[in-house]
Ligand binder design. Structure first.
Ligand code: PGA
Length: 259
């Protein structure tokens, strides 16, 4: 399949693996080693986000390679009496480059609000951590014709008070909740339409060029056999991959979808 480049000359493809609550330290080391080897000549921006308990071990393996280290969450406080939380300072100390914020599992299962997400994004940026900021509608919202409105509100609230100069550290990820872990992928056209809505919104909130230059990933059941059709869409610049990121044999072909 021929990949239509579109504005992807401007925006490098960014493929990220979210391991969620999977893998002990040994399994994490093994997968990280396989990925370093299998992706050494991949020119896309690459990131893997192991669970907190495996961060330092994976950091030692990806250090100096083309794979960024991600964390799956961060506290909205810097330090102090916050039982069970992990601060951005601790993440930096573990060698983390990027943090995923606002994932729908955090929003739905752990009650994260747009306001909390906004605070987390600001705090992460202030500690020099890049951010993958997730948005997406539920099935009920999509069926009720609210997808655009929900995503628009999430983007606006999440970026509230964030300066244009700080956007360099932020990647958006559109992840329709109904497509996560369900095997149901949004059609490339449906996904691209929401990506286009986000792009126009960004161009309105900030300078018009921001809408063209920000990287927007798609997430939700991305697999080796559907990645090319998604990446060929003009407004889709990468993938946030859950289930298929847990094995080298599925993540490597996704990350190297055009080679
Ligand atoms: P999935 O998860 O690829 O398993 O659907 C995506 C995500 O939650 O980021």
């Amino acid at each position: 399949m021929i990949i239509i480049k579109g504005d992807h000359d401007l925006r490098n493809y960014y493929i990220a693996g979210n391991w969620k609550m999977h893998k002990n330290r040994e399994e994490a080391r093994e997968l990280a080693r396989e990925l370093v080897k299998g992706l050494e000549n991949c020119g896309h921006t690459l990131m893997i986000a192991p669970p907190f308990t495996a961060l330092t071990e994976v950091a030692a393996i990806v250090k100096g390679t083309n794979i960024l280290l991600g964390a799956q969450n961060v506290s909205l406080a810097e330090q102090g009496a916050h039982t069970g939380e992990i601060s951005p300072i601790m993440l930096k100390d573990c060698g983390v480059d990027v943090v995923i914020i606002g994932h729908s599992e955090r929003r739905i299962l752990y009650g994260e609000t747009d306001d909390m997400i906004n605070k987390k994004i600001k705090l992460a940026l202030s500690h020099d951590l890049d951010v993958v900021f997730c948005v997406g509608e539920t099935l009920d919202q999509r069926e009720g014709g609210e997808a655009e409105g929900v995503v628009t509100a999430q983007v606006k609230k999440g970026l509230n008070g964030i300066d244009e100069s700080d956007l360099r550290g932020i990647t958006l990820a559109y992840e329709p909740v109904w497509a996560i872990g369900t095997g149901k992928t949004a059609t490339p056209e449906d996904a691209d339409a929401i990506h286009g809505v986000i792009r126009s919104l960004l161009g309105g909130l900030y300078a018009a060029s921001i809408g063209d230059s920000m990287v927007i990933q798609y997430g939700g059941s991305v697999k080796p056999d559907n990645v090319q059709s998604l990446m060929s869409m003009e407004n889709i610049d990468g993938a946030l991959v859950g289930g298929a990121s847990l094995k080298a044999e599925t993540f490597i072909p996704i990350a190297k979808f055009d080679s």
